[in-house]
Design a protein around this ligand. Sequence first.
Ligand code: SF4
Ligand code: SF4
Length: 388
Amino acid sequence: MSLTQIIKEKALELGFAAVGVATAEPFTLYAEEIGSRPEMYAWGRGLSQQASVRDLDLNRFVDPARYLPEVKSLVVVTDSYFEEDFPPSLAGKIGRCYLKGLFCPEETSHSRRRKEFKKFLQDLGIQSIYGPAPARLAGARAGVTHYGKNCFAFANEAAERSSWIVNEPYLVDRELEADPPTLRVDCPENCRKCMEACPTGALYAPLKMDPRKCIAYNSYFTPGEIPREFRHRMGTWVYGCDLCQEACPRNRKWLEKKKPMNSKLLERAGDFSLIQLLTMSQDHYEQKVWPLLYYIRKENRKIWQRNAAVALGNQKDPEAIPALVSVLEDPEPLVRTHAAWALGRIGGKQARASLEKRRRLEEDERVKREIEEGLSLCPLTFGSQGVK
Ligand code: SF4
Ligand code: SF4
C-alpha cells in the first residue's frame, strides 16, 4: 500500500467523511479574488483586538510554503457536522457548524480526531501543519469538494453531496499522489435560491459574498452598534447564519433526513435561549457559552446581549418585554440602546411605559436618541400579534 493510501485509510478510519490530496503550489486564484476586492476584507486586520480569533490577513494563506518551507502536498480531510440533529429551539439562532463546536476551546470528537490524525502523521515521520490554506479551494484542489454559487464547499460524495461539511487542510512535507481536482460549480444554471434567501444582499452574485454585509460576520465581529437599517434583517440569528445553506435545494435531502438528536446540545439548549443570552451573568457566559461559541471575547458579553435584544425585537414576542425592560438598566449603553430598539419594535403598553420611564432617567445621548426613536415607532398594541 502506498503512503498516500495509508494516510487516506487512517483518515477515514478516524471518522473523517472524506480525504483527498492536493498539490502545494500557491493558490493564485485565491490571491486574485481577494486582491480584486480588498475593501471587503480590511476589517480582518486588527480583529484579534476585539475578538477571540487571530487577525485575519487572507493573503497569508496564498502560499503554503510560507508556513512550511518544505511543503510538498496538502492532505485535505472533510468533516461532516450535521450527522446529528440540533435542538429545535436553537433553529434560526446559532449557525449549525458553531453549535457542533468544530473548532471550539472545549474538547470535542472533532478536536480529538484532528489530534489523532496529526499524531499519526508525526509517527510516520511526516512533518505537518494544520490549517493555513484556503480550506474550500484546497478541498476542490484535492478532489473532495466543489463549489456552490453560495460560496460554500459541497461534498463530492460525503453527506449526500451537501454543504454541511468543512474542509481541513494539512500541509505535509511529503510528495503524495494528488487527486484530480474538482474545481467547479455544480449548481443548476438558473438557480438563485441562495442569493434570494440572503436577507442583506451579502451574497451579491454567484460565488461573491461581501462579508461586511453578512449576518454571521455582523453577529460576532461588529464591535459596537448594529446599524439600525441592518437590525431587522438579522432576524433571530445571534451567532452565524445558515439561510443560504438552508435555501439550497441540494442541501434539502440531508436537512430533511431523520437524524438522531444531539443529546448533549439538547441538555444545553436552555443556556442559549434568547432571554438567557440577554440577561446572562458573566459566570454564565464564561462557563456555559464561551467554551462552545468563543469568537466574541469573554469581556464582551455585551455583544451577545446586543444580539439577543435585536433577535427578540425581531421575534416580536411580548413575553420578552420584562427581560428587555430589565436590561434598560444595564450598565452598558450598547445593551440599553438595542433593548430600547427591541421594545419599540415589539410595542404594547408595558414597552411604551418602560421606555417613557427610562427616558426620564437616561443620561447617555445615544441611548436617549434610541428611546425617542423607539417611542416614535412603538405601537400601543403589539406589532405582530395585535394583542392589547
Ligand atoms: S450567511 Fe446569511 S447573511 Fe451571510 S451570505 Fe449567507 S444568507 Fe447572507
Ligand atoms: S441555492 Fe441553487 S445556486 Fe445556490 S448553491 Fe444551492 S443550488 Fe447553487
